[in-house]
Design a protein around this ligand. Structure first.
Ligand code: PHE
Length: 333
C-alpha cells in the first residue's frame, strides 16, 4: 500500500511539473485530488487493510501525499499565472516611441519672449507688475495725464475711437500711461510698478511702425524721488537687460505728463545710439489726478516699445514680419 501511495504521489508530481498552462493545472486539480483521483481511490481501499497499524501508517502516508500534491500544484499554478500575465502584458504594451514624427513643441512668440524678459529684469530690480484695460476712457488716456481736450499734444496720438458712450469718450489706449493713473488710484505709495500691455495707434504701418504694438510703462512714487533716481534706474535696467557693455543717456524732450521730460537712448558696445523710449518726473497734475498730494510724493515714469526691443535684440529688419505668423520666421527665435 505504502509503495502504491508513493508511486501515485511521484506520478502526480511529475505530471504537475510537465503542465505548461493554467488550463492544464485546472484539469490536473480534479485528476490528482478529486474523488476519482488515484490517491482518493487508494483511500477507499484503506478498509481492506487488516491491522490497525497498517491502516494508521497508510492513512498518514495518504494525507501527506495529498497535502504534498496540493502544495506542488499551487506552486506550479502561481508560477504559470505569472508567466501568462507577463505574456499578456507584453502583448498589450503600447510602444509610444514609434511616433517619432510627433509635432515639435511650440514656444513663446518673439514679442512674448521680450515681454517676459523685461518683466524678469524689472522684477529683479524690485518692481511689481500691473496691467490695465486696452479700451480706455478719454479721461484716463489723456485728461488725467495732463492733456485736456484741445491740448496740442493729443495730435501726436492718432487715436482709434470706440463707438461707445458719448462720441469721443472711449478710445483704444494709445499708450500704457493710463495704467499709471489706475495704479496710483489703487495702490498706496511707495509704488515701484511696471505695466506692460498692448496699445493702438491709428497710423499706417511700415518697417518701424505698427498700428497694434506693445509698450512697457514704469512708475515709481515715493518720498524724495529725484531725476538721479530715474537716470540710475534706466542705467541699471540697460545693463541688466542688454549686458554690461551697454550704457544709457537721457536727452531733454517733452511729454505733457512728465516735467522735466526726456527721451532715453542706449549705446551699444559698437558705439551706436539707439532711441528707446520716453521718461520724466511725474507732473504734479498727474499725481493729483491719481489722488496723490504732490507736496508729499514725487516720482518718475518711463515708457518704451516692447516690439522695438525684440526687433533690435534679434536684428529683425521689418517689425511687420513679426506679425505675419509665418512659421519659418517665427521658428527662428
Ligand atoms: N507714453 C509715452 C509714449 O507713448 C511714453 C512715456 C511714458 C513718456 C512715461 C514719459 C513717461 O510715447
Amino acid at each position: 500500500m505504502i509503495s502504491e501511495i508513493t508511486a501515485a504521489r511521484t506520478a502526480a508530481e511529475q505530471s504537475i511539473a510537465a503542465a505548461s498552462s493554467l488550463d492544464e493545472i485546472r484539469v490536473l486539480d480534479t485528476d490528482l485530488l478529486g474523488k476519482k483521483s488515484p490517491l482518493a481511490l487508494l483511500k477507499t481501499g484503506l478498509g481492506k487493510l487488516t491491522t490497525v497499524d497498517e491502516k494508521k501508517a497508510a492513512g498518514q502516508a495518504l494525507n501527506e501525499a495529498m497535502l504534498a500534491v496540493e502544495e506542488v500544484l499551487n506552486a506550479r499554478r502561481a508560477l504559470l499565472g505569472r508567466a501568462e500575465r507577463d505574456v499578456q502584458l507584453a502583448a498589450e504594451a503600447l510602444d509610444l516611441t514609434e511616433h517619432f514624427n510627433a509635432p515639435s513643441r511650440g514656444k513663446a512668440h518673439i514679442v512674448t519672449q521680450a515681454w517676459q524678459r523685461l518683466e524678469d529684469v524689472f522684477v529683479g530690480l524690485g518692481f511689481q507688475v500691473a496691467e490695465g484695460p486696452e479700451v480706455e476712457t478719454d479721461w484716463y488716456n489723456f485728461e488725467a495725464l495732463n492733456m485736456p481736450p484741445s491740448h496740442p499734444a493729443r495730435s501726436m496720438h492718432d487715436t482709434f475711437y470706440v463707438d461707445h458712450g458719448q462720441p469721443g469718450s472711449t478710445v483704444l489706449r494709445t499708450h500704457t500711461s493710463p495704467v499709471q493713473i489706475r495704479v496710483m488710484q489703487n495702490v498706496a505709495p511707495p509704488i515701484y510698478m511696471i505695466m506692460p500691455g498692448r496699445v493702438f495707434r491709428n497710423e499706417t504701418t511700415d518697417a518701424t511702425h505698427l498700428a497694434v504694438f506693445h509698450q512697457i510703462e514704469g512708475l515709481v512714487i515715493d518720498r524724495g524721488i529725484t531725476l538721479a533716481d530715474l537716470a540710475g534706474t534706466i542705467e541699471a535696467f540697460t545693463q541688466a537687460f542688454f549686458g554690461p557693455g551697454f550704457t544709457s543717456r537721457l536727452r531733454p524732450s517733452y511729454f505733457p505728463f512728465t516735467e522735466p521730460s526726456a527721451e532715453f537712448d542706449i549705446r551699444t558696445p559698437k558705439g551706436d545710439w539707439l532711441e528707446l523710449g520716453g521718461c520724466g518726473m511725474v507732473h504734479p497734475n498727474v499725481l493729483r489726478a491719481g489722488g496723490l498730494d504732490p507736496e508729499e510724493w514725487s516720482g518718475f515714469a518711463f515708457g518704451f516699445g516692447i516690439d522695438r526691443m525684440a526687433k533690435e535684440r534679434h536684428g529683425v529688419g521689418d517689425v511687420r514680419e513679426m506679425y505675419t505668423n509665418d512659421i519659418r520666421f517665427i521658428e527662428q527665435f
